[in-house]
Every structure is written in structure tokens, then in C-alpha cells.
Design a binder for this molecule. Sequence first.
Ligand code: NAD
Length: 392
Amino acid sequence: MVIQPRIRGFICTNAHPIGCAENVRQQIAYVKSEPHMNIGPKRVLVIGCSTGYGLASRIVSAFSSDAKTIGVCFEKEPTEKKTGTAGWYNTAAFHAEAEKAGLYYHTINGDAFSDEIKAETIAKIKEDLGQVDLVVYSLASPKRKDPVTGEVYSSTLKPIGQSYTTKTYDTDKDLVHEISLEPANEDEIAQTVKVMGGEDWERWIEQLHAAGVLAEGCQTTAYTYIGKKLTWPIYGHATIGKAKEDLDRAAAALRRGYKDIKLKAWVSSLKALVTQASSAIPVMPLYISLIYRVMKEEGTHEGCIEQIYRLFTEDLYVEVPEIDDHNRLRVDSWETNDKTQAKVEALWDQITQENFHQLADYAGYHSDFLRLFGFGIDGVDYAADVDPVVHW
Ligand code: NAD
């Protein structure tokens, strides 16, 4: 089939197998062009391993530190008639490259929030790796089924306390407009914390530890976004921010709770980037288009792979990492520093429908969005007939 992007709202409903594979290869090539890690992880579990920051974490572990990796993700397999999800193709490509490099890999496709998938993962670690020395928690999901009660919780993206009116950019209609977001109620806040907070991360660590598959000195990290003034009303100080605060609580509990194995638990703050998760958040596409422009001008623009490579080499695997006053690891300072933010704020005030394409890096945003699904990548023939069915 000839596969062209099918965009619906903030999501692309298909993906290109060859483009996705090329994307993965480019990330691997980046990592290989940087110095190999002297001290790094060797047996790694990545929960949320198929796209965005989790995929980058798996690639850095494998190709910069020769780690054996087990990944967990939730992706759709392709059929003759319908393409798979990008994460499916990314994983297939990761497997192919790991195979060529002689690296161990295994991926479990299923609901990471469930105890069944946790048990399956633990069994595989026992069988093939014995233990793991790094657990990356990189899930982004709108829903979570509680494994104990069976109740399904949904996250919401709303401000807290008062309604908030701001500019946003509708990627589908190419339209800058105002939106007013009503504040979340207590239930919506609690549900968002249930989905994107630290409870499931703690459950993973609890079960991995109980099974004896966490090595002594094991590290674990979950990812957060802190941002600054422009994004606080809809992110940092909003429902999703509450969930992210809960990660800080969970990290502290993990540090206290697993002293027997000297577990190091971190929340790592990363920069805003176009991923499937962030493109669904109101305001973020506009903010990201502006921060891309400013950071590209400043020469500090990075993608997932560059961010994660720095996180591993400058924070996770150094003797004494620098932490902020909430014990977090930070690789987002090139975005969140006052000078850079002041430039974004100045642009933000000027943005209108008419000048959006001139003032913001719309082209950069759009091309990164398409790349997530394997489209718009140099060297890929998008007119060619390709087989959507790719197996792992
Ligand atoms: P993403 O959408 O690219 O990746 C999400 C991953 O989670 C995928 O591998 C997907 O398969 C997996 N997943 C989702 N639901 C699952 C389930 N039920 N079971 C198993 N796997 C499941 O998202 P991302 O942007 O890379 O986000 C990862 C983390 O990084 C999140 O915690 C996010 O808040 C954080 N973060 C993102 C940004 C950003 O700008 N994108 C910035 C800072 C931090």
C-alpha cells in the first residue's frame, strides 16, 4: 500500500514503516556519534519504550552502554489493510538494529498498568537477565485501569482553581485562537493523579523488588515536565502538574523504602518536545513552536535522543549528580532559563493568526510531528508501495 499521513485533530492515525525505521536508525546514529558511556546501565527495563522519551532511553542504554533491554509498550500490530502504530514500527526497527549489533532485546506489548504485564515482565527478567540495574518509567497515557479494583481512571488537562483563557494553536486547522479552559473539579484532579502520578511506578518497583529482580544499587527514573510561566497554568500548576508532583512524592517514598538494595529513585525533568503525548495538550503546540524557534536561534535545540543522552551521561551515571531543591535531575535548563523564556514571552505577546508562520517555528513543529509517524523523512519514497505488515 502507498502510505500517506492521515491526520485527525492532533493525531496521525497511520504510520510509515520505513520512515519509522529510518527515524530509529537516525537516533542510533546520533548516539553512536557521541562518546560511548564508560559507566552506564547494563540490564535495563524501559516501561513505555516504543516512542518519545522512552524509546530514546532504550536506544541510549543499548547503543551507548551495550545494555540488554526489555521494553514494555502498548502498540497496535499492523494488518494487510491497516498500518501499525508508529511505536510498533519503531520497536521492530529497534529489534532489527539491536540484532545486528548483537545486543539482547525483548519487548512486551500490553497494558503496563496491569499486574499481568508486570508478572510477565518479571518472569522474562528472571529468565534472561536475572536482574535489572535501571528501570525507566516513561508512560504517557490518558487512561489507567486500577489493577486492584478494575476501575478505569481518565486524566484531564485542565487548570486548577480558576478558569484560564489563553492563546492556542490548532494544528489541524492551522489556526491561532483563544481558548478558555474551565477549572478541574476534585474528582478530575484525583483521576489525573491516578493515571499519571506515581502510584503505578511504585507498584512496578514494589513487584520487581519482591521478585528479587532489582540489582543492588539499581536506579529508577520517571520523567516530568516542569516548564515555566507560560505553561504553568495548563501544565505545571494544572491537573497534569498535580500528577507530576505525585511523582516527587513517589520518588521520595522509593528512596526511603528500598534502602536494602540502595535504590536510587529520580524524577528527571525534560524539555518540551513534540511527541504523541505533548501534541494533545492545549497550548503546548504554540509554546513548542515558539521555544523551537528561540532555542534553534540560540543553538540549544535538542530532540528526545539528545536530551536522554545528556540525562544519562551528565546526571544518571556520574558520581554525584546535580539535583534541584526537590531532588530532581534537570536537563531542561536550556529551555527554562529566564533569558530564553523572556524571548518566548515577548514572541507570545505578539503572536496572531497572521504572523504565526513568521514568528514561530511552525515548519519545525510540523515536520517533527510528521516524523513521529515516519513521514517527511529524507530518503524515504512515500510514493512507493510498501508492505504495512512488519513483525517483531
Ligand atoms: P509518548 O506518547 O511518546 O510515549 C508514551 C509511551 O508509553 C509509549 O511507548 C506507549 O506505548 C507507552 N504506553 C502508553 N500507555 C501504555 C500502557 N497502558 N501500557 C504500556 N505502555 C503504554 O510520550 P512522551 O512524550 O515520550 O512521554 C513520556 C514521559 O515523558 C511522560 O511521563 C511525559 O510526561 C514525560 N515528558 C514529556 C515531555 C514532552 O514534551 N513530550 C516533556 C517532559 C517530560
